[in-house]
Design a protein around this ligand. Structure first.
Ligand SMILES: Cc1ncc(COP(=O)(O)O)c(C=O)c1O
Length: 362
């Protein structure tokens, strides 16, 4: 580990690859020989156009997306997508299916309902505190899309495989597992991800949209809230968050060239998560909260015997150089977010700390 840096298990904004941070630092005052910082150049310049085009091209290559798909960069976070999706795709006489797997999908449902859009919640894991991913779901044939949250950052669950929606396009919030594994993208009409967990800093949301979905976009919604605006203007209708897009480009370059693509990324993510879950499952002190089969490879949620010990655990971990282990305030407990950039060394150090803590307090 580099001096003065901690092992960062934050849920988001989260750890970025050290190589990327160093590259930003090295080029910060003089980007690409322009004599200006990336934060100072015009978003209409060739230099920035190369950045945004390269980020989109790398995304398309790694996900095997053909020209039917567009990679967009939108502000407003994943949360803005909760309302943009129904606004763009759901006419008042049509309906969409939603699966409620906890906090973020619940919010997506709420935003659609605020606008009076007809949504059907076809499955939910609320009955068991969102600790599992629902199976055997009956989707409505007439649904325009099926909305899923691929990884539930707070509850610590993840869809290992996506359901068969019988051709209904899946619209998916992948904020916390975007580019963490290969995907059969043919099932998806739209994918969105706030960048600040797996693919960059806060300030930009990546949206991947398929051509047929664009046909649903009505004329009478504001320009900045229309997917077709971003498609026709290459996400440059107005000034985009240039710095955030640049960091996303560097993270994608790291993923493609240093890691070697999504198969390798997935194998590495599985290895890290297995190390942690195996340790927790063998312990009588720590308890994983997500059901086996539904567990997230990105956010490992766990409890200790009582809340006092959890508080002490988080505090002592930080003193030992391990940060961000507190569970979300809505659920309590502990959570280790181990996104793409988290090293195996970080996970091993965490396991060692957990062993020592258990010995002292178990
Ligand atoms: C799965 C998921 N969706 C949506 C969001 C909200 O993202 P944003 O803060 O970019 O609006 C988060 C943030 O933590 C998330 O984890």
């Amino acid at each position: 580990m580099k001096a003065n840096r901690i092992y960062n298990f934050n849920p988001g904004p989260a750890a970025l690859p050290l190589k990327v941070l160093e590259e930003i630092q090295e080029n910060f005052l003089n980007f690409n020989g322009t004599g200006m910082s990336i934060t100072e150049i015009s978003h209409r310049s060739k230099d920035f156009e190369n950045v945004i085009n390269d980020a989109a091209a790398r995304t398309k290559r790694m996900l095997n997306l053909d020209d039917n798909y567009h990679v967009l960069f939108v502000q407003g976070g994943a949360s803005l997508q909760f309302c943009m999706i129904p606004m763009n795709f759901l006419a008042d006489d049509k309906s969409a299916d939603y699966v409620d797997t906890g906090t973020w999908s619940t919010k997506a449902i709420k935003e659609a309902q605020i606008m009076g859009k007809p949504v059907q919640v076809v499955a939910s894991s609320a009955d068991k505190n969102y600790s599992y991913i629902p199976k055997s779901i009956n989707f409505n044939d007439a649904a325009v899309y099926v909305h899923l949250t691929s990884n539930n950052t707070i509850k610590g669950t993840q869809w290992a495989d996506f359901p068969d929606t019988k051709g209904i396009p899946i619209v998916c919030d992948m904020s916390s597992d975007m580019m963490s594994r290969p995907l059969d993208t043919s099932k998806f009409g739209l994918i969105y991800a706030g960048a600040q967990k797996n693919i960059g800093p806060a300030g930009v949301c990546m949206v991947i949209v398929r051509n047929d979905m664009l046909e649903l976009v009505p004329d009478n919604i504001p320009t900045m809230l229309k997917y077709s605006t971003y498609v026709s203007k290459n996400s440059l209708y107005n000034t985009p968050p240039c710095f955030a897009v640049y960091v996303v480009q560097l993270v994608l370059k790291w993923l493609e060239e240093t890691v070697g693509g999504l198969e390798k990324m997935e194998a590495f993510n599985q290895q890290k998560a297995k190390r942690l879950y195996d340790f927790i499952d063998l312990s009588n002190f720590y308890r994983a909260t997500a059901a086996p089969g539904s567990r997230s490879l990105m956010n490992v949620t766990f409890r200790l015997p009582d809340e006092e010990l959890e508080k002490q655990f988080v505090e002592e971990a930080l003193t030992s150089g391990l940060g961000g282990l507190k569970g979300h305030r809505s659920v309590g407990g502990c959570r280790a977010s181990i996104y793409n950039a988290t090293t195996l060394e970080a996970v091993e150090t965490l396991v060692d700390f957990m062993k020592t803590f258990e010995k002292k307090n178990g």
